[in-house]
Design a protein around this ligand. Sequence first.
Ligand code: ADP
Ligand code: MG
Length: 366
Amino acid sequence: MAEVELQNISRKYKNVTAIEDIAFTIPNGEFWVLVGPSGCGKSTILRTIAGLESATEGQLYIGGQRVDSVPARQRDVAMVFQNYALYPHMSVAENLAFGLRMRGADSAAIGQRIERVARSLSIEHLLERKPKQLSGGQQQRVALGRAIAREPQVFLLDEPLSNLDAQLRDETRAELKQLHARLGITTIYVTHDQTEAMTLGDRIVVLDRGRIQQIGSPQEIYAQPANRMVATFLGSPPMNILPATYNNGQFNLNAQTLPCPEAIREQLQPQNGQGFELGIRPEEISLSTNSDSTEDLTIHLDLLEPLGRETLVRGSLPNSEVVLNFYAPGRFGGRRGESVGVKLQRDRLFIFDPKSGKILYPLTND
Ligand code: ADP
Ligand code: MG
């Protein structure tokens, strides 16, 4: 187990900056998730830590040791890729043992270790099979097991569940979390899936276009996103974003108005005619009970997705492309094409700068 520290790491290819100024310290034993859209630099960071890629700038420390020029095989990290490659001619047991044999462990110790790992991943009945006799999910477990068997100082996982079907992915995700709780090995997990990030991470690093957008616990990032990208990336369905213009204590949204809460006015000091983006999460919107309330918005129903307990409503502001998603009760009788009134929980509004996307409200003190 070891702390992992990145100091201002950048990786430039000829005319592409894959990652820029990446800095964070992962305390010993924590589970961190790097999340962001495809191409944002997640794999590059992980490969740099593993030593498969070298940074063009910055320094890397594992367990307090500078490792920038230490070859990958001497770094005591284990990496699992999306396209895990098991050795096809070896049995599961031999695959699990491979890394240990390479390091010269004795066979009694290897046998015990493999048994324990196989049990923890529920693959003990598969030890004699060859990879091609396994399902995709079983193969993935073996790949994880091979990495675990080495008991490395640091685990690096690059989208390890993305080849699994939905149910197996949920199960394996839960198992991974339990496994981490048991082994306590510092883990860095890369995914583009916001659910995986929220459910797995002690902390989440949100990346976009090669740069860190925000680092925090899942709860912090959800409650206090640093900008529009983070706000709309984490959470499903994503936070609704409504373009609005401020005028005399109100926000104008496409011919409708919403009173601007006092707290927002105080902090924002908005000018008449100033443009903003209002953010509101789906769970802060509900159907109006009183249709002529001045605080409500009228929306157009575009699509209704009954989910049993609730109905996911996909709507829009009339005569606009502005989308508003929220949940109605499971028995909601609205129909596509109709208009309904909705109430926004106005003390849960976020305000963003429409140009930079930076959060303007609420702001924390730190
Ligand atoms: P992610 O894993 O988040 O999808 P990557 O780390 O793989 O993203 O890639 C980040 C960026 O760096 C992308 O724009 C990608 O095209 C670029 N990139 C990655 N590897 C190379 C390479 N060998 N040569 C040039 N550009 C690369
Ligand atoms: Mg990748």
